[in-house]
Design a protein around this ligand. Structure first.
Ligand code: ZN
Length: 269
């Protein structure tokens, strides 16, 4: 479930999601709290959110559980809405606007268009560490064939002007729903933690350029620089109901190389 990507790697040092969330909620960087991951028996699409929200110390576990139960229906609806309206990398205009709206509603101060369609929300809540939580925003040029009632039927123009289907096939819709749930929970529980929360919506993760765009747009200069960064990602090799945690890098980085060979076409046989 947890992945650190290029943005997260830019934080000073890696740490586990459990520790980070617990530290955030308690405002004590040096205090590592044991995680409590409860058995989760909810809709599979939202299991990551629930797991994330329940990763808290016993002092606030009850509050988090209550908030999770209260927020879940609207978060599932948000997930389905996002799933039905995917946008390609660098074209995440409506998605970014939706995430910005949700962050504002959760009490964060929001700046849009930070490196393309990047979104940054900040919640300053007294002394303590700066914790960054990140979601990605973009979808893939894949035709959805799930037959789900909220399946994407969209076709859009890609950057080459071709008509392509588009689908949230990498789970970024789930990431966004988890992210919004986290914002709501931390916003509602702000009297129980201290520090600064920075929540970012990263564009163009699939094309491995959105993080760089945000960094070049001054993410770590214009906004509080994080002591720790947290990200999550759906992980197909983990069984339903399970989550994985990892400090530091979780997935390989990606580079692409395009080679254009100019010459006279021929056939070799
Ligand atoms: Zn992805």
């Amino acid at each position: 479930m947890v992945a650190t990507d290029d943005l997260c790697m830019a934080s000073k040092d890696g740490d586990s999601l459990v520790t980070l969330v617990a530290r955030t909620l308690h405002g004590k960087r040096s205090h590592t709290l044991a995680a409590r991951v409860r058995a989760l028996q909810f809709a599979s699409t939202m299991k990551h959110l629930l797991a994330l929200c329940l990763l808290a110390s016993s002092a606030i576990a009850a509050d988090v559980a209550t908030i999770t139960t209260e927020e879940l229906p609207s978060l599932v609806a948000l997930y389905q809405e996002l799933h039905a309206h995917p946008e390609l990398s660098l074209h995440e205009e409506q998605t970014a606007a939706r995430i910005a709206k949700e962050l504002r509603a959760a009490g964060l101060e929001v700046t849009e268009k930070v490196g393309g369609h990047g979104v940054v929300g900040v919640l300053k809540n007294g002394d303590g560490p700066v914790i960054l939580v990140r979601t990605d925003l973009d979808a893939l040029p894949i035709r959805e064939q799930t037959g789900l009632p909220y399946a994407s039927t969209r076709t859009v123009k890609d950057d080459q002007g071709r008509d392509v289907p588009v689908m949230h096939a990498c789970g970024h819709d789930i990431h966004m729903a988890c992210f919004v749930g986290t914002a709501r929970a931390l916003g509602r529980l702000r009297e129980k933690w201290s520090g600064t929360l920075v929540m970012i919506g990263q564009p163009a993760e699939e094309r491995v350029i959105g993080a760089r765009l945000m960094l070049r747009a001054g993410l770590y200069d214009r906004f509080p620089r994080p002591d720790q960064a947290v990200a999550l990602h759906c992980q197909p090799d983990l069984a339903h109901g399970r989550i994985g945690l990892r400090e530091g890098h979780a997935n390989a980085n990606v580079d692409t190389l395009e080679i254009l060979v100019r010459g006279v076409g021929a056939h070799g046989s």
